[in-house]
Design a protein around this ligand. Structure first.
Ligand code: SF4
Length: 359
């Protein structure tokens, strides 16, 4: 095996770092803007195509840097237009990313980890355990790959960090990815088009509240009491419902913005009218909207989807308490791309063991 170090990955660098890297090699830092334009706006993965850079600079980039890009190994399209991509990373690990065509705009659902350590009881990804964190370049790499594969470089789309993994459990890489996505010379994504979904790792949530780049926030709540939530989201034993709500009340929100509370509805578990009333009481005073997600039942998940009547009844109780409520339409169930259904069979590990380390 060669002892030579791998070339530096250009897509792991934020623009100021790329400027510094160029300057350290005797080139002008402003070329970083051109390189960002080529990589993120145009979708180039080979420096030889960067025709407005000098031949000398292209030679240096080719010799010293790589542009590592996830490879599509499988692409499945649902009857409803949802597409699931299985992407292979440089070390052979795989993650899933999903394109949802009309929610109401186009949305990329992106992963932040291979697997997930959170072990939520209704989630197939949680069964895998955490295999490893993604790097910032790999998180943004999913966006680059989907934008190319779907011919969407010039189309506005939203990003939800709701694929595999808990984004705040991979905090630094996730924030770096958001900064790269927001760079005005690259994708130039408004943070308002990005939603970060978390089960509520409170120290990380407090840190997020102080970030200059602030995505929309979605809290995976799923139950109104600690007793119920502790069974569904094991991390609740460390960070309880009332603590999460207290942090949400302090979270800096722009005018007219709300925190989304996601609530997976499980038949006979958390879908009763009294659960809805408790939820309404809990969210009183929070600038919130509630997104109800009727369970996507799957083999190995020990819960059932509630009846349509139960879903309606639950939503009506919340609406009667003046909460903004929506019911998520299930997408891509036939290709197992729906919420909580992303899993890469070959990556399974013990989730319980890993979660124990965090608690
Ligand atoms: S629901 Fe989200 S946080 Fe929970 S196990 Fe699944 S991927 Fe992880």
């Amino acid at each position: 095996m060669s002892s030579q170090a791998l070339p530096e990955d250009l897509v792991e660098l934020e623009r100021p770092a790329l400027e510094a890297a160029l300057e350290a090699r005797g080139h002008r830092g402003f070329h970083a803007r051109q390189i960002f334009g080529w990589v993120y706006r145009i979708g180039v993965t080979d420096v030889s195509s960067m025709t407005d850079l000098s031949r000398e600079l292209r030679a240096l980039l080719a010799a010293e840097f790589a542009i590592r890009t996830p490879a599509i190994v499988q692409r499945d399209k649902s009857v409803d237009g949802t597409e699931k991509f299985l992407l292979k990373l440089v070390d052979g690990r795989t993650v899933e990313s999903v394109f949802i065509p009309d929610t109401p705009s186009m949305t990329f659902c992106i992963s932040t980890q291979v697997g997930c350590a959170m072990a939520c009881a209704f989630c197939l990804t949680g069964r895998m355990g955490l295999v490893r964190n993604l790097t910032a370049g790999e998180i943004v790499g999913q966006v680059r790959v989907l934008a190319d594969a779907l011919h969407m470089r010039d189309v506005h789309f939203n990003i939800v960090l709701m694929g595999m993994g808990e984004p705040l459990h991979n905090y630094d890489a996730t924030m770096k990815a958001l900064r790269i996505l927001a760079d005005e010379h690259g994708f130039n994504m408004s943070p308002r088009r990005i939603t970060l979904s978390t089960v509520g790792i409170l120290p990380a949530l407090e840190k997020l509240a102080r970030e200059p780049i602030m995505p929309n926030l979605a809290i995976s709540l799923h139950a109104p009491t600690d007793a119920q939530r502790g069974d569904l989201v094991p991390l609740n034993r460390k960070y309880g419902v009332n603590d999460i709500i207290a942090v949400c009340k302090r979270f800096p929100l722009k005018r007219r913005h709300r925190i989304t509370f996601e609530y997976v509805l499980l038949a006979g578990v958390n879908d009763r009218p009294e659960d809805a009333r408790r939820l309404a009481k809990l969210l009183a005073g929070v600038k919130s909207k509630v997104n109800l997600i009727p369970l996507n039942a799957a083999p190995g998940i020990p819960f059932e989807r509630p009846s349509d009547d139960a879903i309606d009844r639950f939503a009506r109780v919340l609406a009667d308490h003046d909460l903004v409520v929506s019911v998520r339409k299930s997408r891509g169930r036939d290709i197992r791309a729906a919420c909580g259904q992303l899993i890469v069979e070959s990556e399974r590990k013990s989730a319980a063991q890993q979660l124990a380390v965090m608690m």
